[in-house]
Design a protein around this ligand. Structure first.
Ligand SMILES: COC(=O)C(/C=C/C1=C(C)CCCC1(C)C)=C/O[C@H]1C=C(C)C(=O)O1
Ligand SMILES: O=C(O)CCC(=O)C(=O)O
Ligand SMILES: [Fe+2]
Length: 364
């Protein structure tokens, strides 16, 4: 059975945030308290005049010409100016979204001993626990996570697929099939915004890698001191994020050097451009740094699907998107190598993308 191509990863044992919360500590343990510069400012952000674009996918599927054209323009703007957008009318059965959400929440509510049966295994990037923790002095996220690989099938680790709650595995399987179709469709539309053939990415990616990460953020008595998830850009080509119905605001993106909250829209998916798409488009569409903050009284659940080329794919800027006005900014590399680099470094803004950059010429 093939594990992800990362072996071994020396992850450091982590503190389970739900258990910590149950113990009701009067102070937040030091490992979670962020340095002043990293702490979130909560509730003080002035209402942002602009908001992340919303794409109505039904208009791209069955809209008239005008609707189609205006939605494609909106998608181009979303990718160029935001790197983030929300998709409504995506066609995925709402009952599937609800049941997935409920089962994932039920999983996190299981006793710790049960969840630990699926603890991250060394050498893999899947399981229950915090990935991306490599040293004792690294600050921890106020979050419990559970990650699973879906595609290709050879990446699955069956012993990490929980037997409880009942129907968990079959439901997330159905979910992954539907979200995969959505990723393919979105990438077709994105290819067209770049004047590429609709099947350009599909053909390049081979059997695309698809991973799922479920994030559970318990309430935190001092949300001003901690982060739910450290600032990062995603290593994928595209990420599809589902936020639990009724979730408090938690996701923030770095826009023009300010952290902007994304207001959850019921039944919508939040989509973001990942590092791989940034490289392929030679920086025309950029991955955006984002993070999650916590709430004093409310918990929050999110489900992220990472969609990326097969590990064998050789990647670099698409020649059609490189010219004298936009010279080549990234080198050509193997995507398996990038994944390894990404998954063996802590989340630190867009730092992992340095791996792909063309070395700047030193003055002679
Ligand atoms: C923010 O997290 C990610 O971007 C991420 C992406 C993982 C991947 C790549 C960088 C390249 C292609 C494969 C894959 C989708 C695995 C997170 O991965 C998971 C894995 C664990 C564990 C986790 O916490 O997130
Ligand atoms: O929970 C969120 O809103 C963000 C999740 C995320 O960015 C991730 O899993 O990569
Ligand atoms: Fe992310």
């Amino acid at each position: 059975m093939a594990h992800d191509p990362i072996s071994p990863i020396n992850l450091v044992p982590f503190d389970d945030v739900q258990e910590l919360r149950k113990a009701k500590p009067t102070t937040i343990p030091e490992r979670f308290v962020r340095d002043m510069t990293e702490r979130p400012t909560l509730g003080t952000a002035s209402p942002f005049p602009d908001t992340v674009p919303i794409i109505d996918l039904s208009r791209l599927v069955k809209g008239n010409n005008d609707e189609y054209e205006s939605e494609m323009l909106q998608l181009t703007r979303a990718c160029e100016e935001w790197g983030f957008f929300q998709v409504i009318n995506h066609g995925i059965d709402l009952s599937l979204l609800e049941s997935t959400e409920k089962l994932v929440k039920d999983f996190f509510m299981l006793p710790l001993e049960e969840k630990q049966k699926y603890a991250i295994v060394q050498g893999a990037v899947q399981g229950y626990g915090q990935a991306f923790v490599f040293s004792e002095d690294q600050k921890l996220d106020w979050c419990n996570m559970f990650a699973l690989g879906f595609r290709p099938h050879s990446r699955r680790i069956p012993k990490l697929w929980p037997s409880k709650p009942p129907k968990f595995s079959e439901t997330i399987e159905l979910y992954s099939v539907e979200v995969r179709k959505l990723c393919k469709h979105l990438l077709e539309c994105i290819a067209m915004t770049l004047n590429l053939r609709a099947d350009f990415f599909e053909e390049m990616f081979g059997v695309a890698v698809q991973g799922l990460r479920m994030n559970y953020y318990p309430p935190c008595a001092r949300p001003d001191l901690v982060l739910g998830l450290s600032p990062h850009s995603d290593g994928s080509a595209l990420t599809v994020l589902q936020q639990e119905r009724g979730s408090p605001v938690g996701l923030q993106i770095l826009k023009d050097n300010k952290w902007v909250s994304i207001q959850p829209i019921p039944n919508a998916f939040v989509i973001n451009v990942g590092d791989t798409l940034e490289v392929l488009t030679n920086g025309k569409y950029k991955s955006i740094e984002h993070r999650a903050v916590t709430h004093k009284e409310k918990d929050r659940l999110s489900i992220a699907t990472f969609y990326a080329p097969s590990y064998e794919t050789e990647l670099g800027p698409i020649p059609e998107l490189v010219d004298e006005n936009n010279p080549c900014k990234y080198r050509t590399y193997n995507h398996g190598e990038y994944s390894k680099h990404y998954l063996t470094n802590k989340l630190q803004g867009k730092k992992t993308l340095d791996f792909t950059k063309v070395e700047s010429k030193k003055p002679t």
